[in-house]
Design a protein. Structure first.
Length: 119
């Protein structure tokens, strides 16, 4: 079975985050005019995204995908829910990516739940 564009994008995205490869994450995944939207922030453009992900990954320490819980794809977007492990514990996250010219132009992101790491 062939991998779809959206699934390939998602797999690359996870790989870059797990490896903390910010340069390839931004260059290969995000359109120059990309906007990342969370409930508490908006990040515009590749330079700001690079700084955002640098701070984000420094804060989380490590990030490892435990499971992809839901995944939906249409012609120009993906929507997923995933469980990840970080230095702080496990979190269920969700994201919507819309695409232009083969790269993410919009990303809407959030955290559904967090299970703190037990000491």
């Amino acid at each position: 079975m062939a991998t779809t564009f959206g699934k390939a994008f998602y797999e690359r995205h996870v790989d870059f985050l797990e490896k903390q490869d910010i340069n390839n994450l931004i260059e290969m995944q995000y359109h120059p005019d990309a906007v990342l939207v969370g409930f508490d922030f908006i990040v515009r453009g590749q330079a700001a995204l690079r700084e955002h992900f640098k701070n984000y990954l420094e804060h989380l320490g490590t990030i490892t995908l435990l499971s992809t819980d839901k995944f939906t794809e249409i012609e120009d977007a993906i929507f997923f829910e995933a469980t990840v492990k970080t230095d702080f514990g496990e979190a269920v996250v969700y994201d919507v990516f819309t695409f232009q010219d083969g790269k993410a132009i919009r990303q809407f992101t959030g955290v559904k739940s967090v299970k703190p790491k037990q000491s």
